[in-house]
Write a protein that binds this ligand. Structure first.
Ligand code: NAD
Ligand code: DEZ
Length: 377
């Protein structure tokens, strides 16, 4: 069996090489010619899997994307051609939650905000949104949810309108797929009119897909209203984001919100498990793939104040480092992809155990476990 895999998919050799010849290439450079006599194609979000890529794929029977997003894959074409497709739902959901929390504690300090009591709006209550909701509630925030698709499918699910979230939220964070068609299409769901509805000093976070926010409209808006705090992990026109917009936002990162070691390992292992089942092979064990975390435990001696929470979160993941690297590299040829390919090892909050030097309240323990840490009871 022959497999073509994106070179940015870690653990491919560990999982697939015992059963197949694996050729690793840059995801953006996969060509139709490379897919001749290939049985399986393993991609991440940068490879457009469409009719023109598959033009010479004479033997392809499996496509796996180690991502939750599927906007780069023509799934109906794969179905038509009898090619099995899988993605990796939820693989990086905890990592994106950590990213949002790291932004939140940073701006609470910079903007002198007490997080508890603020209102957060989550747009898209899927794998990420549903994990983020209890984390934000654990921090004492009132959380408004907008997901009209879920409301249609689950009558008991309460979805607020996007208008309500925009007008009432102090922090609004987007976790929807990129869709261009249908009544819930997300392309440019945020443009000038929506930006004008937001509280002037709100915090806007986009860690889903760049196209969900009209980047030109956002740039124009920020030129006249710089008091809106903006975090962009994703951009229109990746890997060449608008550099004027980059200079105007408060946190700029190169589509790495989901780039934890756990998220990447799980993405590959979920794809492997689907392929293994199809080929009647043993399933993977993600715990064997992951190295031990550098910071496996931290000890605290006091009830967690907002300042202490910030220190704990930043000790595991500090979004300022990614922002600083992006600003330092912006403008260099190929910098966006280079940063993603050479992303430093990052672990999730859940890989770190918080211990207590003195007994602390059960509320404090609930708070720490609620935001994602392991906590000794
Ligand atoms: N920046 C990153 O590194 C990164 C990492 C993971 C995911 N993502 C992006 O984030 C998106 C969400 O991730 P997920 O794992 O939660 O996906 P998911 O598919 O589990 O959830 C998406 C949710 O959005 C809802 N939705 C769809 N259209 C909507 C609309 N118009 N308004 C409100 N809700 C809507 C869906 O009903 C679903 O519940 C992915 O599709 C992907 O594009 C980015
Ligand atoms: O959709 C996702 O899961 C993420 O956006 C995606 O994984 C980002 O990383 P990439 O696939 O581009 O390496």
């Amino acid at each position: 069996m022959r497999i073509i895999a994106d070179e940015n998919m870690p653990y491919v050799n560990e999982l697939f090489s015992a059963h197949a010849e694996v050729i690793q290439v840059s995801g953006r450079d996969i060509t139709p010619e490379m897919l001749v006599d290939v049985d399986a194609l393993l991609v991440r979000s940068v490879t457009k899997v469409n009719e023109s890529l598959l033009a010479k794929a004479n033997r392809l029977s499996f496509v796996g994307s180690a991502t939750i997003g599927t906007d780069h894959v023509d799934q109906s074409l794969l179905k038509e051609r009898g090619i099995t497709f899988t993605n990796a739902p939820g693989c990086n959901a905890n990592a994106v939650c950590d990213y949002v929390l790291s932004c939140l504690v940073l701006f609470a300090e910079r903007n002198q905000l007490q997080i508890s009591g603020l209102t957060a709006g989550i747009v898209g209550i899927g794998n990420i949104g549903r994990r983020l909701l209890p984390r934000l509630q654990a921090l004492g925030m009132t959380v408004l949810c907008c997901d009209p698709l879920r409301a249609e499918q689950e009558p008991e699910f309460q979805s607020e309108s996007l208008h309500t979230l925009l007008t009432q939220s102090d922090v609004i964070t987007f976790h929807v797929p990129y869709t261009r068609q249908g009544k819930f299409a997300t392309e440019h769901m945020i443009g000038t009119a929506e930006l004008q509805l937001m509280k002037p000093r709100a915090i806007l976070i986009n860690a889903c897909r760049g196209e969900v926010i009209d980047n030109l409209a956002l740039k124009a808006f920020l030129m006249s209203k710089p008091e809106l705090t903006v975090v962009l992990d994703v951009w229109e026109n990746e890997p060449n984001p608008d550099e004027e917009l980059l200079a105007l936002v408060d946190i700029a990162t190169p589509h790495i919100a989901g780039y934890s070691q756990e998220g990447k390992a799980l993405g590959t292992s979920m794809v492997y498990d689907c392929w293994a089942e199809k080929n009647q092979l043993a399933l993977s064990d993600i715990n064997q793939l992951l190295p031990l975390p550098d910071l496996s435990a931290m000890s605290i001696a006091a009830e967690p104040s907002q300042e202490l929470l910030k220190q704990l979160i930043q000790a595991v993941y500090d979004v300022r480092n990614d922002d600083a690297r992006m600003r330092a590299n912006a403008g260099n040829a190929g910098y966006f992809d280079h940063m993603r390919k050479n992303y430093p090892l990052r672990r999730e909050l859940m890989s770190t155990q918080v211990n207590f030097a003195h007994p602390i309240s059960s509320n404090a323990k609930d708070l720490l476990s609620g935001i994602g840490f392991q906590v000794t009871q």
